[in-house]
Write a protein that binds this ligand. Structure first.
Ligand SMILES: [Zn+2]
Length: 557
């Protein structure tokens, strides 16, 4: 018997990255990783997990959610009325207590993701000044490997470098900033627009070619030049883009222009549902879906990947680095509103919202999200997300899977929606149903590939032993909401919803090499304008739980 050798026996494997689609196989684990089957057939494992009749997939990967950092924490505090009603997780021998609601506590976030079979999650919007805070919350978010994207689409140094036509300076700054924050990828949120909002009443940019006051640069320049830098730095994940004009009728043209602005470079457009609207500005009577022309573009341009940002009906909390959007939404919903300015770097807006199936706008948002899953031909380039908690909670993923795998259920819910949805979108005509293999792609194999995580999202030798085992059920929502077993780094962490092991998980980050001569200029600028000293800014590695460097540093510059 070999110590720490585990065998998952005779499960039905879905491992699309390795071309395995529903084959009955054994899976072997040692040292927290998947290994090839031992050559000696007499090899005895220390533990055998019987998986006959069960479905085995890699652990789920959420590539776009909001689970840590300053704005998430504000959202937790600003809605005591919701927290009072929320489900509570009680303390056990292995877990802390926690609260749910639309913005769960750190501990509850980890337990609930894992309980649903997810083992990796990326927070999508951390201002570098909030990096320490995010790492500290990661340290209290169990059961998951985590990373975050660094906000830089309204960063003064980024815009200044573009204005001065200094691509080398821009590239060095992006590499330095990612390294200082211990982040994973560059994130643009309403590039340029948040900066305009900061110094003009109700200010914003109106499209890709509006000049940003005082900087004289356009969103188009920010998108193309950050995409170029990310490519030259060889980052595992390309630029991650929240386009301009989120939520506005007619914004589909801005979204199309953003894809064109990439000029063939890799780029990931996030929560694209919120960016796929036709119709006249401020005119609900003409609001309609423009997924068809946008999906046509995505289908014919392999450099573009997307996640959906599915809307689900019910109450949630909107939180965004898009300051002017937060203001816009708070005016619509009339509830609480929080807005903040992160000096030189970013902004943020938070407001409670409620999506109703009888509202034409909300029902169309729901339909538009589903159209995206069903109209992108290649499942490797569309990823499941709710932009948690913006479109809905991550806890809705099993329901989304049911919408995708069960056309009848989808059409039944469509019938309860505002009657015009059928005419203003193509959802009623879409008959596609996802297979289990395609679900495995959009929830694990695809995001792993888009993120450049070679050890995740598959079940081949060398992969992290993050594995979810499901009991098959005709109702796919039931199947996916309560896995039989969840294994993280080779240990069983959840059994039928009960957390057995609350390990914290790794922090995934990048550290691209850069020209150190560039630091002198960054330092000078820093000491002149920031409220924090240059030497205190970079996050010390002691803030990170089990750091894991992804991608090799680029020595080419
Ligand atoms: Zn987001």
């Amino acid at each position: 018997m070999t110590k720490d050798l585990i065998k998952i026996s005779q499960g039905t494997l879905y491992d699309p990255a390795n071309g395995v689609d529903g084959e009955v196989r054994d899976l072997w684990i040692q040292g927290g990783r998947i290994i090839a089957a031992p050559s000696d057939p007499a090899t005895k494992p220390a533990r055998t997990i019987e998986a006959e009749g069960l479905v085995v997939m890699p652990g789920g990967i959420d590539m776009h959610c909001h689970i840590a950092g300053p704005k998430v924490n504000v959202a937790r505090k600003m809605r005591p009325e919701e927290k009072r009603k929320a489900e509570v997780i009680s303390r056990t021998d292995v877990t802390h207590s926690g609260t749910l609601g639309s913005v769960p506590s750190t501990f509850a976030t980890g337990y609930k993701y894992a309980g649903m079979g997810y083992t990796t999650a990326f927070d999508a919007a951390i201002p570098p000044l909030g990096a320490r805070h995010a790492h500290e919350e990661f340290d209290d978010t169990p059961c998951l490997d985590k990373g975050f994207y660094v906000l830089m689409g309204n960063n003064h140094y980024v815009m200044q470098s573009i204005q001065q036509n200094e691509p080398k300076k821009l590239k060095a700054f992006i590499a330095w900033l990612l390294t200082a924050a211990k982040g994973f990828a560059p994130k643009l949120v309403n590039p340029g627009g948040v900066e305009v909002w900061k110094h003009r009443q109700a200010g914003n940019v109106s499209g890709l070619d509006t000049e940003v006051d005082h900087f004289g640069v356009t969103p188009r320049q920010i998108v193309s030049q950050v995409a170029q830098s990310a490519q030259e730095l060889g980052l595992p994940h390309p630029v991650h883009i929240h386009c301009n004009n989120l939520g506005m009728p007619g914004n589909w043209e801005t979204t199309l222009e953003t894809m064109r602005a990439l000029e063939g470079r890799r780029g990931h457009l996030t929560h694209i549902q919120f960016h796929s609207y036709g119709g006249g500005e401020g005119d609900e009577n003409t609001f309609n879906s423009k997924v068809v022309p946008l999906a046509d573009y995505v289908n014919s341009h392999p450099n573009v990947t997307i996640d959906v940002g599915q809307v689900l009906f019910g109450e949630t909390t909107s939180m965004t680095g898009d300051g002017p959007l937060g203001y816009f939404l708070s005016n619509i919903y009339g509830g609480k509103w929080f807005s903040s300015d992160t000096e030189m770097e970013a902004g943020c807006g938070i407001t409670p919202i409620k999506y109703k199936n009888k509202s034409l706008v909300h029902a169309l948002q729901w339909a538009i999200g589903l159209e995206w899953y069903l109209l992108v031909d290649d499942p490797w380039r569309v990823v499941m997300s709710t932009d948690h908690p913006n479109g809905g909670s991550f806890l809705a993923y099993p329901q989304i899977i049911r919408f995708l795998m069960d056309r009848t259920y989808r059409q039944d819910v469509l019938k309860t929606c505002h009657p015009l949805v059928g005419r203003r979108s193509t959802l009623a005509d879409l008959h596609r149903e996802y297979t289990l293999n395609e679900i495995a792609i959009i929830t694990r194999a695809g995001p792993a590939r888009i993120l450049g995580l070679t050890n995740k999202g598959h079940l081949g030798p060398g992969a992290d032993a993050d594995i979810t085992i499901y009991t098959p059920h005709e109702n796919k929502e039931i199947m996916f909401e309560l896995p039989r077993l969840v294994i993280k780094s080779g240990e069983v962490i959840v059994e039928q919803g009960e957390v057995r092991d609350s390990r914290i998980g790794k922090t995934l980050h990048v550290a691209p090499a850069y020209d150190v001569d560039a630091e002198a200029d960054i330092q000078e600028w820093f000491e002149k304008y920031y409220s924090i000293r240059w030497r205190n800014y970079p996050v010390d590695p002691s803030y990170m739980h089990q750091p894991e460097l992804i991608g090799s540093p680029n020595h080419g510059n």
